[in-house]
Design a protein around this ligand. Structure first.
Ligand SMILES: Nc1ncnc2c1ncn2[C@@H]1O[C@H](COP(=O)(O)OP(=O)(O)OP(=O)(O)O)[C@@H](O)[C@H]1O
Ligand SMILES: [Mg+2]
Length: 506
C-alpha cells in the first residue's frame, strides 16, 4: 500500500498540532517518524487512522484520494495502528482480544472450534510464549506489543503504524520486535515506526521523516540521516550533556530498604538503596521488576517482607498501602497509573497534596504554582487549565516527573522515567533525578536502557525470573555482562546459551 499525505493540518483549540504536513509512506519500507515531544507525530498518524479528521489537506492511497472518517474505515482500507497506550482490554484474555479485533461475529458461529485453533496457531507462530488464555492485564510490556502486532497481522493490514513500540523494551526484546517489523516490510507492508531512539532507526528504518512544531521538516533515506543530522532537524541543536551523579554513596546509610519482599513473580528481594545512591534495576520484562516497583509504590499488596523508608515501615503484607509524601513514584504507563486524564494539569500536579490542602482550595494559587512547575519541567502546552488527557505522550511523562520529583522526596521509585521523552526532555529529567540524589535522595531506577544505566547508576541490580541474580558495580561492568545476567545466560541460573544467544547480542 502506497500512501501520500499532502498539506495536512489539524488544530485543537489554540494548539496547531499539525501544519501543512506532507508525508510519503511506501510499501515494503519501514519509515521512522521522529520529532520532539509534542511535534505532532501521534496526531498526524491518528489523522491517517481516522481517530481525528484533518482540517486541511488530502490523503491518497494507491493513487486514489480517500476520506478516512473513522478507525473502522481505516481498518477496512487495510490500515492498522498500535497506539502509545495499549488498546487491548486488560480483563479479557489474549484470545478474546484477538477475536474482538477480528470483529467477524457471524463468521465465527459454527466454525468456532476450528477458527479458534487456527487463531492460537497464528499466535504461537508470531508471538511464541504468549498464552492465549492469559489475561491481557498479566502480560509483560513486550508481550503486549507482540499481541498488538499479531492483531494487525490477523487483520492483514497493508499499512501498519507503531507509536513508540520499543520505549520500554530491553535490547533482546526490541530485537524480536525488529525482526517482526522487518518481516512485515518484507511482505510488502508499509510500516511507520514512531520513535525517539536513534538506535531504532539504525536497527530497522529504510527512510526517516522528522517533524518539528507540526511540520514534516525532513524526509530522507536512512543512509542519508546520521544521528547529528536527525538531532539537528528535531531540535536545531544538541542539548547539553547530562552530568553523571558525583560522589560515592557506598558508605552512606540506607534510606530505602526492600527487605525480603515477595510480590507477584518477584521472590525474596532484598535491596538497600543508600542516601544519594542511584540503584538501577534491570531485567527483561516479566522478570518481576514491574511488580516490585508497584509494590514499593503502594499500588500492589506484597505477599511477604517489608519495605522500610528511613527506618519507618512503609509496606507490609495485609497492610493497606497508602501514598507517602516522602516517596516519589514515576510508574510505568503514566496515563493509566499516574494521572486523571479528564482533570486539569493544575489539579493533577496538586493530587499528591490534597491531604494537606485547606478545605477551600485557592484555585488561583494552585494554578500559579502549577504554572511554575510546568515551566520548570518544560511541559507543553504549559496551560494549567488544559486537561491532562490532551497532552502528548512525552509531555504527560514530564507532568508526572514534575509532580513526583519536585517535592524533595526521601526516596524515588522511577520506572522508565524518560520513556517517550525526546533528547532535551530526557536530559532534563535526568538532571532533576540526579540532582535529588546529590541532595541525599535514594533513587531506585528501573530502566531498559543499558547504556544509561551503566553511565549514570552507581550499582545495578539485575532481576531474572523473579529473583535478583546479581548486583553489579556500574563502573566495573559492561553492557555485555549486564545483558548476560539479564537473560539468564550468566551466573547460577546458568541457562544454556544455545538458541537464544544470537538474539540477545545481535
Ligand atoms: N485531543 C487533543 N486535544 C488537545 N490537544 C491535543 C490533542 N491531541 C494532541 N494535542 C496537542 O497536539 C500537539 C501534538 O501532540 P502529539 O501527541 O501529536 O505529539 P507527539 O509528536 O506524538 O509527541 P510525543 O513524542 O510526546 O508523543 C501537542 O501540543 C498536544 O498537546
Ligand atoms: Mg506521541
Amino acid at each position: 500500500m502506497h500512501l501520500l499525505l499532502s498539506g495536512i493540518g489539524k488544530r485543537f483549540g489554540a494548539v496547531q498540532a499539525v501544519v501543512d504536513a506532507d508525508l510519503e509512506i511506501r510499501p515494503g519500507e519501514v519509515l521512522s517518524l521522529l520529532g520532539e515531544n509534542g511535534a505532532g507525530k501521534s496526531t498526524l498518524m491518528k489523522l491517517l487512522y481516522g481517530v481525528h479528521r484533518p482540517d486541511a489537506g488530502s490523503i491518497t492511497i494507491d493513487g486514489r484520494p480517500m476520506s478516512i472518517d473513522s478507525p473502522r474505515t481505516a481498518v477496512a482500507l487495510g490500515i492498522g495502528m498500535v497506539f502509545q497506550q495499549s488498546t487491548l482490554i486488560p480483563a479479557l484474555s489474549v484470545r478474546e482480544n484477538l477475536v474482538l479485533a477480528l470483529g467477524e461475529g457471524r463468521w465465527w458461529i459454527g466454525r468456532r472450534g476450528q477458527a479458534l485453533r487456527a487463531l492460537d496457531e497464528r499466535l504461537q507462530a508470531l508471538a511464541p510464549g504468549v498464552d492465549p488464555e492469559a489475561a491481557v492485564a498479566e502480560l509483560s510490556l513486550s508481550q503486549l506489543q507482540l499481541v498488538e502486532l499479531v492483531k494487525l497481522r490477523l487483520r492483514a493490514a497493508r499499512c501498519v503504524v507503531l507509536d513508540e513500540p520499543s520505549a520500554a523494551l530491553a535490547p533482546a526484546e526490541a530485537q524480536r520486535l525488529w525482526s517482526l517489523i522487518r518481516a512485515l516490510a518484507a511482505d510488502g507492508v508499509a510500516v511507520v515506526l514512531i520513535t525517539h531512539k536513534l538506535a531504532d532507526v539504525r536497527a530497522c528504518a529504510d527512510r526517516v521523516a522528522v517533524m518539528r512544531a507540526g511540520r514534516v521538516v525532513a524526509q530522507v533515506g536512512a543512509a542519508d540521516a546520521d544521528d547529528d543530522r536527525i538531532v539537528g532537524w528535531m531540535v536545531g541543536e544538541a542539548p547539553p550533556a547530562v552530568r553523571a551523579p558525583s560522589g560515592s554513596p557506598a558508605s552512606r546509610p540506607p534510606r530505602l530498604w526492600i527487605k525480603d519482599v515477595s510480590v507477584g513473580v518477584a521472590r525474596g528481594i532484598d535491596l538497600q538503596v543508600r542516601a544519594g545512591e542511584i540503584l538501577g534495576l534491570a531485567g527483561i520484562s516479566g522478570g518481576g521488576q514491574a511488580e516490585l516497583a508497584e509494590a514499593i509504590a503502594g499500588a500492589r499488596p506484597i505477599d511477604a517482607g517489608e519495605v522500610i523508608l528511613d527506618g519507618e515501615l512503609l509496606r507490609a503484607p495485609r497492610r493497606a498501602p497508602s501514598p507517602s509524601s516522602r516517596l516519589g513514584v514515576i510508574p510505568a504507563e503514566p496515563l493509566r497509573n499516574a494521572v486523571a486524564p479528564a482533570l486539569s494539569l493544575g489539579v493533577n500536579l496538586a493530587l499528591r497534596r490534597f491531604g494537606e490542602l485547606p478545605f477551600r482550595v485557592d484555585r488561583a494559587a494552585l494554578e500559579r504554582q502549577a504554572a511554575q512547575l510546568l515551566e520548570r519541567f518544560a511541559v507543553r502546552p504549559a496551560d494549567p487549565a488544559a486537561p491532562a488527557g490532551s497532552l502528548s505522550g512525552g509531555n504527560l511523562q514530564k507532568l508526572v516527573a514534575a509532580r513526583e520529583l519536585s517535592q524533595r522526596p526521601a526516596a524515588v521509585v522511577a520506572c522508565y522515567p524518560t520513556m517517550g521523552l525526546d533528547v532535551t526532555a530526557t536530559a532534563q529529567v535526568y538532571e532533576t533525578l540526579f540532582g535529588l540524589a546529590g541532595d541525599g535522595t535514594a533513587v531506585l531506577w528501573i530502566s531498559e536502557d543499558l547504556d544509561d544505566l551503566l553511565h549514570y547508576a552507581h550499582r545495578i541490580a539485575v532481576m531474572f525470573e523473579g529473583r535478583v541474580v546479581r548486583v553489579l558495580d556500574a563502573a566495573q561492568t559492561t553492557a555485555f555482562e549486564l545483558g548476560a545476567w539479564m537473560t539468564g545466560l550468566a551466573g547460577p541460573v546458568g541457562r544454556a546459551a544455545a538458541g537464544s544467544s544470537d538474539e540477545v547480542f545481535a
